[in-house]
Design a protein. Structure first.
Length: 451
């Protein structure tokens, strides 16, 4: 009997498996599709590989500013796709090697829950003291668009194509939609985004949203906010203006539905075993346990987050709890990144009541490294308590994915800003904007004239 059987080899599943093995347990990991899950095969890895190519296009456009002359710059999309696929394959192989090194047994096939300790794959039953459900998520498609139409694709499909579309409409101006709008517009596709809400990426501060929306528009992306999609049929997209109810039919030979993702769960099996769940996902407590004591769930299947780094943390904590620990999952400080150009990063919770809260804005134009590299657009916004504690930070600018963790650490460790501002930061770096923005909050900025 295994210590644990884990169903799903995405970030949550394989992290859980490796951690259990590190703690001395025997593990069976079952995957019905590709090791690495959504992140490696259809999400983080392919999209960021292609965004790397988009960044190269952006840099090539500005070579003249750096004294470099280059003629006949063009995008060879099949090679972009080949590079993407090679990175995916290499990443999958690395994960399999890690599993092998930790003696995690991997079985490929569809897993069926038989009882609280038994999982069937094909004709064979496997037993374990514990079961971890890490079944991931899939693109969310509205019922009225769930039809056979070659012009409709989901995010899993669009990120694996080998031919560059001439044009594309993206339904959904959230994180997934804007990342894909960024990479395809830079690579040469004419992109239109249709968003129901008054602004794109509504989860972020309004100024941040406006900044990245304007950058996309400058790059040729057409953005229609407050437009409701009514129908898509054979390359014809029917939308309705929210304010006036006016209906418009748009030519759109390729339509990407990017309104979010939903948990992959088998309601029949969950009901059979009396595992509590909703339409959003499997219900777990702060220890990642379901209502059945020896059955856990991690990752997108919980419906709590679709971020890979959250799934990884859940997997590790579930593994340690299976090994008789009692570690709680903490969701209070989770950095998130939107890989547009420039990037957006957020961490912390924006306070609903701004009484005794001060909001500060520090520009990238005050950062020497950003000026040296010609990437000085963007800013940091900080929400600070009267005790000089950081509550939230949101950033738009170059390499903010590599900066946001510093702000996350300050929040998580409950540090006062002067404790960080007093630490020497390397110069010139993008990351020293953390220290400099705190000095600005404290009224002692050296690099920036107080407005």
């Amino acid at each position: 009997m295994y210590k644990a059987i884990i169903i799903g080899a995405g970030p949550g599943g394989y992290s859980c498996a490796i951690r259990i093995a590190q703690l001395g347990g025997t593990v069976l990991l079952i995957e019905r599709d590709l090791v690495g899950g959504i992140c490696i095969n259809w999400g983080c890895t392919p999209s960021k590989a292609m965004i790397s190519s988009a960044k190269a296009v952006r840099s090539a456009r500005k070579l003249g500013e750096y004294g470099i002359t280059a003629d006949n710059i063009s995008v060879d999309f099949p090679k972009v796709a080949q590079r993407r696929d090679e990175i995916i394959a290499r990443s999958r192989t690395e994960i399999k090697n890690l599993l092998n090194q930790h003696r995690v047994e991997l079985v490929e096939g569809n897993a069926e829950l038989v009882d609280n300790n038994t999982v069937r794959v094909g004709e064979k039953n496997y037993q374990a003291e514990n079961i971890v459900l890490a079944t991931g998520s899939e693109p969310l498609i509205p019922a009225f668009l769930q039809k056979v139409d070659s012009s409709i694709v989901n995010s899993n499909k669009i990120i694996t194509i080998n031919d560059l579309p001439e044009s594309m409409t993206i339904v959904g101006g959230g994180i997934i939609g804007l990342e894909l709008a960024t990479l395809y517009s830079y690579l040469g596709t004419k992109v239109r985004v249709v968003e129901l809400l008054p602004r794109c990426i509504a989860i972020v501060d309004e100024e941040i949203s406006a900044a990245i929306t304007n950058d996309l528009i400058k790059n040729g992306v057409e953005i229609l906010t407050e437009h409701k999609v009514l129908d898509i049929t054979e390359g014809k997209l029917t939308v309705e203006k929210v304010a006036t109810a006016e209906k418009i039919v748009l030519d759109s030979p390729l339509n990407l539905i990017a309104i979010g993702r939903k948990a992959v769960i088998n309601e029949f099996e969950l009901t059979k075993l009396n595992i509590a769940h909703t339409a959003k996902g499997i219900i777990v407590d702060e220890y990642l346990r379901t209502n059945i004591p020896n059955i856990y769930s991690v990752g997108d299947s919980t419906g709590l987050s679709i971020l890979a780094h959250v799934a990884i943390q859940q997997g590790i904590i579930a593994a340690e709890n299976i090994n008789n620990s009692l570690r709680k999952m903490n969701y209070s400080v989770i950095p998130a990144v939107i890989y547009t150009l420039p990037e957006v990063s957020i961490v912390g919770t924006l306070p609903k009541d701004l009484t005794d809260i001060k909001v500060y804005k520090y520009p990238f134009s005050a950062n020497l490294r950003a000026n040296i590299e010609g990437r000085n657009q963007g800013f940091v916004k900080l929400w600070v308590s009267k005790e000089n504690k950081l509550l939230a930070a949101q950033l738009v600018g170059e390499e903010v994915s590599e900066i946001v963790q510093s702000y996350a650490n300050v929040i998580a460790l409950d540090l006062k800003l002067d404790e960080v501002a007093n630490i020497i930061h390397a110069h010139p770096t993008y990351n020293e904007i953390v220290r400099n923005s705190f000095e600005y909050v404290l009224g002692r900025a050296i690099e920036y004239i107080q407005p």
